[in-house]
Design a protein around this ligand. Structure first.
Ligand SMILES: NC(=O)C1=CN([C@@H]2O[C@H](COP(=O)(O)OP(=O)(O)OC[C@H]3O[C@@H](n4cnc5c(N)ncnc54)[C@H](OP(=O)(O)O)[C@@H]3O)[C@@H](O)[C@H]2O)C=CC1
Ligand SMILES: O=C(O)CCC(=O)C(=O)O
Ligand SMILES: [Mg+2]
Length: 757
């Protein structure tokens, strides 16, 4: 049947340490089809076991419905299994980027699986019966950023290794020019938003809180019955005023039009999966006020919500009465014609920034704009200055600071610029990461209160209908661990470290008090550790970057996300080249590949012209760290040899510039994997720490070198035409394997390698 997947190894137990390689989505999944057999062959030769777990969006959807699917279609809940493993010292997990699904992506996955013969229920937009509510709850479990918070049971340590940074300096990526009269800027609310309204408390003793809405009409509605908290935990609450947001967005639409710049909104509807789709929807409603004034009720009745973007509304028009459908369509066209020009996701296909909530994700989109000289693409496929709308002011100042700096001093120079690694607080769903089950679109005016078990009101906010209220939790152990990780990183890399904490935010003031206390637990003699607000910290870091100096950014969860795309994209051209390690609090290791996403555009190119430009450097770096962890923790000497030789091979790979090209007809992801294989085999054959291994690999290294021309020719010859993968979210295994492993000569050598030792 279409979509059949290889059976995962059944006899795995939590007590035996192994390396787990995750199977994910889109470009990283395609790359896995080529790279995984190579990794397995080397690992087997050294007696290290590597197993696969499927945490792709499709597999996660299927795992929710095992009770409704026939046995042969059932898949295990690999994410739950790995989530448990991550809390044990035995975890050694390599995690590739995966889709954090918006509703349109989730619906597309469901239809694809249905077309492949999986009898899945439709996604209920407005669940009313118990059964629909159950189905919706199951789908909600896989929605948005549902993988990372489960696996990330530790804080984050992301940096560009020296070899990668040196490569970027020697082979600088292109940077757009900045003009002094650039009109590009960030617009943010600054008042009555999440930052401005934030309140925060530190919990004294373990307790269970609840959240309630006291309505203006005198009723009490429980929003959250039970919110267990631990002593020392920081709990915050805040709200975004819907009326203020609406006024702000309307002002920005007018300002963009008046200034002749593109209007663009930057949110994170995937990771902030409850609040940001609502914000996205409100921007769409502000952009097309007439459509929603006239047809809002009809659209709502048909389950067409602005939260899922313009594309979903346009695609659902045939479910509306003909007259309403025509009216909505005409209204949208008029809105587009009368409003400011919109930043485009794909000008050829007419996809605007407002079409799909997962298309423009702030962490990657703002740096991409800065990289090209502060511009985005308009409908004529030309770059243009942009008004970047980031409604909440908590972090928007970071981008505005970088933009102003570039306007004054020009683009950064990748040949000379320093680096900004990051130590990020994220363990145990810290901060906004864990806010989703405590985020509410307020149904009616009143007061939201956070109450402890003795009935004391810890925090309260006056709210109006439509406001977005949310609470966040930050446990104490992750904060201690984060401070320790920051000190360790500062010591190891002899680099100043700056905690990015905002004195105007209640939450950050509480974090600051803990940072000041926990720093005393460490030997900080000789280290340069500072605390600055995000705007000052940005300026400090970029001033140093221009002087070629490095500065560690030690941040909360959201800035972890933002900074680990911002600086890598400016320094290296992409965050795919980052080393991204999560030392798990329980002692295991989670090794993430790169710091970016699943590059949907890359899949499109492969399908159209059989060229995959995905760069697996992040995978190479993560894999070496994972082998090293195996050596450090379990004393597996051969894993240590694999780690060192892989790093050396990656160094050679960079020196020889064998990264995938963007152009069809040149070496792509598959070719880059061949070169890594060649250099790794050569390093193994040359090393002296394990002579038996060197001897066993020598003939393989020789064969790879001798067959280089033949292999490269086989890999290039397939490029140019379209490829059928038999699915996008759940591609056909045989078809994808055939597409991603087209060199018979290479395949034969790889299979001989796994039999060597
Ligand atoms: N850790 C995770 O699991 C993450 C998952 N995501 C998910 O990924 C999806 C896409 O997110 P998006 O914001 O578009 O970000 P992406 O990082 O996927 O894409 C942005 C651009 O970065 C470049 N890029 C990214 N990775 C590579 C790579 N390995 N090699 C070469 N270039 C690369 C590509 O540029 P170009 O097109 O110029 O080649 C790409 O189009 C979403 O579903 C999102 O939720 C996002 C971030 C992290
Ligand atoms: O979890 C997600 O959706 C995205 C995570 C991400 O962008 C990151 O970790 O940098
Ligand atoms: Mg990110």
């Amino acid at each position: 049947m279409e979509g059949d997947k290889p059976q995962e190894d059944a006899e795995w137990s939590l007590t035996m340490a192994k390396i787990i390689y995750t199977r994910t989505d889109e470009a990283p999944l395609l790359a896995t089809y080529s790279l995984k057999p190579i990794i397995e062959a080397f690992a087997t030769s050294a007696g290290v076991e590597v197993e696969t777990r499927d945490i792709s969006l499709a597999a996660r959807v299927l795992a929710q419905f095992n009770d409704r699917l026939p046995e042969e279609q059932q898949v295990g809940d690999a994410l739950a299994e790995l989530g448990d493993l991550a809390k044990t010292p035995d975890a050694n997990i390599i995690k590739l980027p995966n889709i954090s699904a918006s509703v349109p992506q989730l619906k597309a996955t469901i239809s694809e699986l249905q077309s492949q013969g999986y009898d899945l229920p439709a996604y209920p937009e407005e669940p009313s019966t118990d059964e629909e509510k159950d189905v919706r709850a199951r789908y909600d479990k896989v929605k948005g950023s549902a993988v990372n918070p489960v696996l990330r049971e530790g804080n984050s340590d992301r940096r560009a290794p020296q070899a990668v940074k040196n490569f970027a300096k020697a082979h600088p990526h292109s940077m757009g020019e900045w003009s002094k009269d650039s009109k590009t800027r960030v617009a943010t609310m600054g008042s009555d938003d999440f930052r401005d309204n934030e309140k925060s408390v530190i919990i004294e003793a373990d307790d269970t809180l609840s959240i309630r809405l006291r309505t203006a009409a005198g009723e009490t509605k429980v929003l959250k019955e039970s919110l267990p908290v631990l002593a020392g935990e920081i709990v915050d609450s805040t709200k975004m005023n819907a009326a203020a947001l609406d006024e702000f967005v309307k002002d920005q639409i007018a300002a963009a039009k008046a200034d002749g710049v593109l209007f663009s909104v930057h949110l994170k509807a995937t990771m902030m999966k409850v609040s940001d789709p609502i914000l996205f929807g409100k921007v769409i409603e502000a952009f097309f006020p007439d459509v929603f004034a006239e047809y809002g009720d009809v659209l709502a009745e048909a389950g067409l919500t602005s939260d899922n973007g313009l594309a979903a509304i346009l695609a659902g028009l045939d479910t509306l009465p003909a007259e309403a459908a025509a009216g909505v369509k005409a209204g949208i066209e008029k809105g587009l014609a009368d409003g400011p020009d919109l930043a485009m996701v794909n000008s050829h296909k007419g996809i605007t920034n407002l079409h799909v909530p997962s298309d423009v994700i702030v962490d990657a989109s703002m740096p991409a704009m800065i990289r090209v000289g502060g511009k985005m693409w308009n409908k004529d496929d030309q770059t243009q200055d942009t008004l970047a709308v980031i409604p909440d002011s908590s972090y928007a100042g970071v981008y505005q600071t970088v933009i102003e700096d570039c306007q004054a001093k020009g683009a950064f120079d990748p040949r000379t610029m320093g680096t900004v690694p990051n130590v990020g607080l994220m363990a145990q769903k810290a901060e906004e990461y864990g806010s989703h089950d405590k985020t509410f679109e307020i149904p009616e005016a009143g007061t939201v209160e956070v109450v402890n078990s003795t009935g004391d009101v810890l925090m309260s906010h006056e709210v109006a209908a439509g406001d977005i209220w949310r609470a966040c939790q930050t446990k104490d152990i992750p904060v201690r661990d984060w401070v320790k990780l920051a000190v360790t990183r500062a010591r190891l890399s002899e680099t100043p470290a700056v905690f990015w904490l905002d004195e105007t935010r209640a939450h950050d003031r509480n974090i600051t008090s803990k940072v000041e206390e926990y720093l005393k637990d460490h030997d900080t003699e000789g280290l340069d550790i500072r605390i600055m607000n995000p705007v000052e910290a940005t300026q400090f870091s970029i001033d140093r970057i221009r002087e070629g100096k490095d500065t560690i950014s030690v941040t909360g969860n959201v800035l972890r996300d933002y900074n680990t795309d911002l600086f890598p994209i400016l320094e290296l051209g992409t965050s795919a080249k980052m080393l991204s390690v999560v030392p798990l609090i329980a002692g295991g290791g989670l090794f993430e590949t790169g710091a970016g996403g699943s590059a949907p555009k890359h899949v499109q190119q492969l399908v159209e012209e059989n060229h995959l430009r995905w760069d697996s450097l992040g995978e190479f770096l993560a894999l070496a760290e994972s082998f090293r962890h195996e050596f450090n923790v379990h004393g597996n000497e051969r894993a240590g040899v694999l780690a060192d030789t892989l790093d050396a091979a990656t160094g050679k790979f960079l020196e020889e510039n064998k990264s995938p090209s963007r152009k069809v007809g040149e070496i792509d992801n598959r070719g880059s994997h061949f070169y890594l294989t060649l250099y790794w085999a050569q390093q193994l054959a040359e090393q002296t720490a394990d002579e038996a291994l060197a001897e066993a690999i020598a003939p393989v290294a020789k064969a790879l070198a001798e067959k280089e021309d033949a292999i490269v020719a086989e890999l290039l010859e397939v490029q140019g035409g379209p490829v059928d993968l038999g699915g996008y979210y759940y591609p056909n295994d045989a078809k994808t394997e055939a597409a991603m492993r087209p060199s018979a000569t290479l395949n034969e050598i790889i299979s001989s390698l796994s039999k060597t030792v």
